[in-house]
Every structure is written in structure tokens, then in C-alpha cells.
Design a protein around this ligand. Structure first.
Ligand SMILES: Cc1cc2nc3c(=O)[nH]c(=O)nc-3n(C[C@H](O)[C@H](O)[C@H](O)COP(=O)(O)OP(=O)(O)OC[C@H]3O[C@@H](n4cnc5c(N)ncnc54)[C@H](O)[C@@H]3O)c2cc1C
Length: 286
């Protein structure tokens, strides 16, 4: 197995263009599991850890640009202000060791429907920045990035450069059901992001479908019926939960049954909306 070690982004793109079969490795918390269990034996690994700019994040007009190599620990320590939903989800990933090495770029690269960063990225309206040597930069909305279980819109000669996430303009919440409290892949998860300026609520469902999903009918319901100046009507929150549950398309597997996941997504949706709404009311009253 060849081990390619670019030190700059340009070298990394050139290596991927010349060897599209090379498997990128950043934190390695997914890739090394696959190698160790012999699920995958790639001809080449493309080690991105020396490409310093991938570990940087910056605030630009309209969004935070989080490099593909920024680990969860940094999202938690430095980005919980502008990106509270993503930071909450990051706190639930694995263990401190996994959060120090793994990050959002690898989560996107793996494109597992159970990846914890996906629901908050969908709810916030994030855009994935990908690049190839020959065609340059392409931006893909998170909602169009996930194509199927562990399949994404990334072309073989492309690498993920960063994810662009609009900073929160209202409360955001992420909640996850697991079979235990830590070191657990989600049975299902849900994220909400309130966008008060647009009178809109964004959503993301994890681990309850072939890809991460948005609960579009539930979002539409709130766009039509939510009174942004009033307490949350419990009946509206219940209907939001029901429509979110309807958006889920889970399967039975070792972590949970489809029926349980549908039910749990509804509960998580109602709860996260209620928490976010309570924060929104408190912020307005302060
Ligand atoms: C013990 C354990 C617990 C875990 N718990 C969780 C959890 O709770 N929640 C969760 O979501 N995940 C969990 N994971 C999975 C993993 O930690 C995450 O998916 C993490 O985000 C992967 O990031 P990484 O940098 O380690 O990716 P890597 O393993 O380096 O790469 C993952 C995938 O992305 C590709 N890739 C990496 N960088 C790029 C790039 N720049 N461009 C294109 N493709 C790229 C790789 O080729 C690979 O396919 C866990 C893993 C372990 C081992």
C-alpha cells in the first residue's frame, strides 16, 4: 500500500488527481477501523495531516469556514458560540480521544447516515466546499451532498476542503438517542436551528434513513403557523414532532427497530424545538 504524504493543499489535490483511488485519511478514526478489520485494502492512502490549512477555521461574511481537518475538540472549544448546534453534536461524538482526532471533514467523507455532524449542518444550511486540481472549487449544499448510505456527491478526484456554516442567529439544539450514554453510534438523532430573521426553523434527522435528512413538511408547518411573538403552542410542537417522524425512513438494525426510530425522532423533534423556543423567549425577554 502506498502512503502519500502531501504537505500543501496543492500537492494534496495533485495527488488525488493522479491517484483517484487513493483513500484520504485525516483523523483516521473511520479509516483505521476499516483497515484494521480488513474491510478495505486501498492501493494508496492519502495522508492529509501535514496540510496545515485544513486544520484552520475562520469567520467570513455570512459563514464560518471550518477546515476539513478541524477536530471536534476545536469545534467544541472555539466554535460553540457561532455554531452551537454543531458544537453540541461534536460533544456527543465518541470519546475525548476520538474528538481530538476525528472531525467534521472525516464525518462528511464517510457520509454515514449516523454521523453526528450531519443533522446540525442540515439545520444550519451548511455548504460543503470541495475542490479538485482540474476543475477548482465547487460548493455543494449539505442537503445535496448525501446521496446514499456512505455515498456522497464527492467525485473521485475531489477532496473536501472545508464546510461553510452560517453562524447561528437563534438557538440551536442537537439531541441523540443511543444504546448507552457515551461512545455510541446514534440510534437516531435530531437537530433544530431557529432562524428568527427569516421566520424559519431548520431541521436535520440522523440515523433514521439512507442519508441524513431534513424534515421538510415539519419545517413548512412552522413556517406557516409559528407565531414568533408568542409562547410555543404545545399542539403545534406535537404536530411538528409527528411530521418529523413521518420524514424519517429508517430500517431495523442491530441498534434499533425502524418503528422505535420513527417514534424517537418525533419525540426528539418536539423536545429540541421546545428547548430552542424556550431559549428564544428568554433571550427576547432579557
Ligand atoms: C470508537 C469510535 C467512536 C466513534 N463515535 C462516533 C460518534 O459518536 N459519532 C460519529 O458521528 N462518529 C463516530 N465515530 C466515527 C468517526 O470518529 C467520525 O466519523 C469522524 O468524524 C471521522 O473523522 P476523521 O477525521 O477521523 O476521518 P477519517 O477516518 O480520516 O476519514 C473518514 C472518511 O472521510 C474521508 N476523508 C477524510 N478527509 C477527507 C477530505 N478532506 N476529503 C475527502 N474525503 C476525506 C476518508 O477517506 C474516509 O472515507 C467513531 C469512531 C470510533 C473509532
Amino acid at each position: 500500500m502506498d502512503f502519500l504524504r502531501p504537505t500543501t493543499w496543492a500537492e494534496a489535490l495533485a495527488a488525488k488527481a493522479d491517484r483517484p483511488e487513493a483513500v484520504p485519511i485525516q483523523g483516521g478514526t473511520d479509516v483505521m477501523v476499516e483497515l484494521n478489520f480488513d474491510r478495505r485494502r486501498p492501493e494508496a492512502l492519502l495522508d492529509l495531516t501535514r496540510v496545515a490549512e485544513l486544520r484552520e477555521w475562520e469567520t467570513l461574511p455570512g459563514y464560518c469556514r471550518v477546515g476539513a481537518g478541524v477536530p471536534y475538540a476545536t469545534v467544541i472549544d472555539e466554535l460553540s458560540g457561532p455554531l452551537p448546534g454543531l458544537a453540541q453534536a461534536s460533544r456527543t461524538v465518541g470519546s475525548p480521544q476520538i474528538r481530538n482526532r476525528g472531525g467534521v471533514g472525516g464525518n462528511l467523507g464517510a457520509a454515514s447516515p449516523a454521523g453526528d455532524s450531519h443533522p446540525p449542518l442540515l439545520a444550519a444550511g451548511a455548504v460543503v466546499e470541495v475542490e479538485s486540481r482540474d476543475r477548482g472549487v465547487r460548493t455543494v449544499p449539505a442537503a445535496e451532498f448525501y446521496l446514499g448510505p456512505k455515498r456522497s456527491a464527492l467525485e473521485p478526484d475531489e477532496l473536501i476542503r472545508a464546510v461553510r456554516v452560517p453562524p447561528a442567529t437563534g438557538p440551536q439544539y442537537f439531541s441523540k438517542v443511543g444504546t448507552r450514554n457515551a461512545m455510541v453510534i446514534a440510534v437516531c438523532s435530531f437537530a433544530v436551528a431557529l432562524h428568527p430573521g427569516e421566520r424559519r426553523v431548520g431541521t436535520g434527522i440522523g440515523s433514521a434513513g439512507p442519508t441524513p435528512l431534513r424534515a421538510l413538511e415539519a419545517e413548512d408547518l412552522l413556517a406557516r403557523e409559528l407565531d414568533w411573538d408568542a409562547p410555543l403552542d404545545p399542539a403545534l410542537a406535537r404536530r411538528f414532532g409527528e411530521l418529523a417522524a413521518r420524514a424519517a425512513a429508517p430500517i431495523d438494525d442491530v441498534r434499533g427497530t425502524a418503528a422505535y426510530r420513527v417514534h424517537a425522532v418525533g419525540v426528539l423533534a418536539r423536545r429540541t424545538l421546545t428547548w430552542a423556543w424556550n431559549d428564544h423567549r428568554e433571550e427576547r425577554a432579557a
